[in-house]
Design a protein around this ligand. Structure first.
Ligand SMILES: Nc1ncnc2c1ncn2[C@@H]1O[C@H](COP(=O)(O)OP(=O)(O)OP(=O)(O)O)[C@@H](O)[C@H]1O
Length: 647
């Protein structure tokens, strides 16, 4: 797919030229894969689209070496799995892990005819299809850099991010130290808020700040107060943009930031205009009829500060477009949790920015001058503190104290985040008020093995139906947030389809109501598209409730202020008795049950388990074997990206 009409720029697939009568993606085109690529396709490592793209690129550049085609096809495959590039040395191990976009397919078991590593590299580097190295020609579709093979457009995006970020960190903005110190201490007065003060001072001084932390560590609260600090320092005319990758996250950011800003504005002169948030695409001026955003390096955004929340869900190409559109003097604040599942698109760019080696910059010393008591000092402590001190060179400030979590849940999330499977399992096996591990006898649980889950689904369903039948939209939405069933897979024995059907049956058994119909009262709904007319966003959840006059209405959003929409006005919705962990990102529930797939599933990763656990406010139930838990904790998502290397 190319960045053609109607495809949001910055989020499209590989850039493949197309001819009028020989389109690479044309299913009518005869299968012409050479024997080498055909073998990899038969083993499920490559799709026919990967093969076609690679061979077409070969035709266009006069390259007929199948080993070079194989490298190009693997670069296309890498993008499908969220990586920016493929490291050729790593390719055999990656392929053995199974298919990135069909996790239900078995990994290849036959030994594959991998080319000899040295000869392969040499063939790739001298190919007319490939730009060799950072200084290689700019007009080749594929690039090789230090063993990594890229589709060139993603290498260019990576360069935009690398160069822009380095330039932003290399020099600081002119701010008076005493003014900044006073503003920071006024807005973050608690002695224990050292890291929040550091984040605010970083945002004032640096043109890039990366604010990270687990759920409930106060990121959003810090953003609001930090904006107040920036206004104190730069004046009320400061132009601030709030943005997030999804409409739902943008709405939540806007509400939370304005609530905190108005809490702070107790002095009469303090009332500042409320801020509005939008999706990143909207901020950049996405036009359905164009392949470009309205804002780019030729038409920069007017803002002085751009805050980008839920940055773990932002892809590399999209961040490259944001950087391209920012004025060089504007401040960018990226906010997110790099330990969560990353964007389903290319690149885990937030994680890369946190983990990448950064050349020493002026920021830590300047911060030490402004906030001498708050800056973590490498020489004062080892471990995390030393790491956080080093991270300041990259503008990274990590919030660490959870303000919303039960203590045990925080400890479990932290063990998973650190990759400490022993502690995670110990905590889960010990159980208690905040967590439970339900171990099935076989690889996947039968419904008889999960009586507590069945009870919770039934109880929640009964509460929803009772409130919905009484026309109590707030009560129904409240009940909807009481429990959520999460899964890694969509299909198969541990997939959403099977478990949603089970859950529906459990609810029907508990309520005795099998009425069916399109809009049964109490039906839980998931919005699957953004809709301007109703203001609903992809990922919003709601319930069908009685309107008290013999009809029904649907209720969405915050139980304290439900949004009511007549069914005929709804955008596309699904019934939501269970959802993928990916889908649940950005939401929290009192009780979460996550059904893990078998230990061999390629979807079972540390980020998946961490994201699932951190969706729970009070209790998480993990349904899966000890082996599956261990496999998850010990398998961080591997996403290849050059940003983690020096060049
Ligand atoms: N420094 C603090 N001291 C005490 N409570 C705080 C502090 N910062 C935030 N809180 C409270 O903790 C809760 C979570 O804060 P907030 O929503 O800002 O966290 P977050 O990191 O943005 O969470 P999420 O990851 O879910 O978006 C809120 O109720 C907030 O009022």
């Amino acid at each position: 797919m190319s960045a053609g009409t109607g495809t949001p720029p910055g989020t499209a697939g590989p850039d493949v030229p197309s001819g009028a009568d020989d389109v690479p993606g044309d299913p009518r085109r005869p299968w012409r894969a050479g024997p080498l690529l055909a073998t990899f396709a038969a083993a499920g490592v490559l799709t026919s689209a990967d093969v076609r793209v690679a061979e077409r690129l070969g035709e266009l550049t006069g390259e007929d070496d199948p080993e070079v085609h194989l490298a190009a096809a693997l670069a296309v495959r890498a993008v499908r799995s969220g990586s920016v590039c493929v490291d050729l040395a790593d390719a055999p191990a990656l392929a053995a892990e199974g298919s990135p976009d069909d996790p239900d397919a078995a990994p290849p078991d036959a030994a594959l005819p991998w080319p000899d590593a040295d000869a392969w590299t040499a063939a790739v580097r001298r190919s007319a299809l490939v730009a060799d190295g950072v200084d290689g020609p700019a007009d080749r579709p594929v690039r090789w850099v230090d063993g990594r093979v890229y589709l060139d457009r993603y290498w260019r995006d990576e360069q935009v991010v690398r160069r822009d970020v380095d330039a932003r960190l290399a020099s600081l903005l002119g701010v008076d130290d005493a003014t900044l110190r006073a503003a920071v201490h006024a807005r973050f007065a608690q002695p224990q808020d050292a890291r929040q003060r550091l984040a605010a001072a970083t945002a004032a001084l640096s043109r890039l700040t990366v604010l990270t932390g687990g759920p409930g560590t106060g990121k959003t609260t810090t953003v609001a107060r930090l904006v107040a600090v920036l206004r104190d320092v730069a004046g009320p005319g400061l132009r601030v943009a709030l943005a997030a990758p999804t409409g739902k996250a943008a709405a939540r950011l806007q509400e939370a930031v304005n609530a905190e800003l108005s809490r702070m504005a107790d002095a009469p002169g303090e009332v500042a205009a409320p801020l509005t948030a939008s999706t990143v695409h909207r901020l950049l001026g996405w036009r359905p009829s164009s392949t470009r955003f309205a804002h780019d390096h030729a038409h920069r955004l007017p803002h002085d500060v751009v805050v980008l929340d839920e940055a773990s869900m932002v892809s590399l190409p999209l961040l490259a477009r944001v950087l391209d559109a920012l004025r060089p003097a504007a401040r960018l604040l990226l906010v997110g949790d790099p330990d969560q599942l990353a964007s389903v698109e290319v690149g885990a760019v937030l994680g890369d920015l946190v983990a990448r080696p950064v050349p020493p910059g002026p920021l830590p010393e300047r911060l030490a001058g402004v906030l001498p008591d708050d800056v973590p000092r490498a020489q004062r402590a080892g471990g995390d503190e030393a790491q956080d001190a080093a991270a300041l060179h990259g503008g990274v400030v990590r919030l660490v104290v959870p303000h919303r979590f039960g203590h045990d849940l925080g400890a479990l999330a932290d063990a998973v985040r650190r990759g400490d499977a022993g502690t995670a399992l110990e905590l889960l096996l010990a159980g208690g008020d905040h967590m439970a591990l339900v171990q099935p006898a076989g690889a996947v649980p039968t419904d008889d093995e999960v009586p507590d889950l069945r009870r919770d689904v039934g109880t929640t369903g009964t509460r929803i139906v009772a409130a919905a039948s009484a026309g109590d939209a707030a009560g129904a939405l409240e009940a909807l947030g009481a429990h959520r069933l999460l899964l890694a897979h969509r299909r198969g024995p541990a997939g959403v389809a099977r478990w949603a059907a089970l859950a529906q049956r459990w609810v029907e058994d508990a309520t005795g109501d099998r009425a069916g119909g399109t809009w049964p009262v109490g039906r839980p709904l998931l919005v699957t598209t953004n809709d301007r007319t109703t203001g609903l966003s992809n990922g919003d959840t709601g319930v069908v409730v009685s309107d008290g006059a013999g009809g029904v209405v649907t209720a969405f959003g915050d139980p304290r202020a439900p949004r009511l929409v007549r069914p005929h006005r709804l955008p596309a919705v699904e019934t939501v008795h269970a959802m993928t962990v990916h889908r649940a990102q950005g939401s929290q529930f009192a009780l979460v049950t996550v059904v893990l797939p078998p230990a061999s599933s390629p979807l079972l990763t540390r980020e998946l388990l961490y994201t699932a656990i951190t969706r729970a406010r009070e209790h998480v139930r993990v349904v899966g074997s000890a082996d599956a838990v261990r496999a998850a904790v010990e398998r961080p998502v591997r996403r290849a990206s050059g940003l983690r290397f020096a060049r």
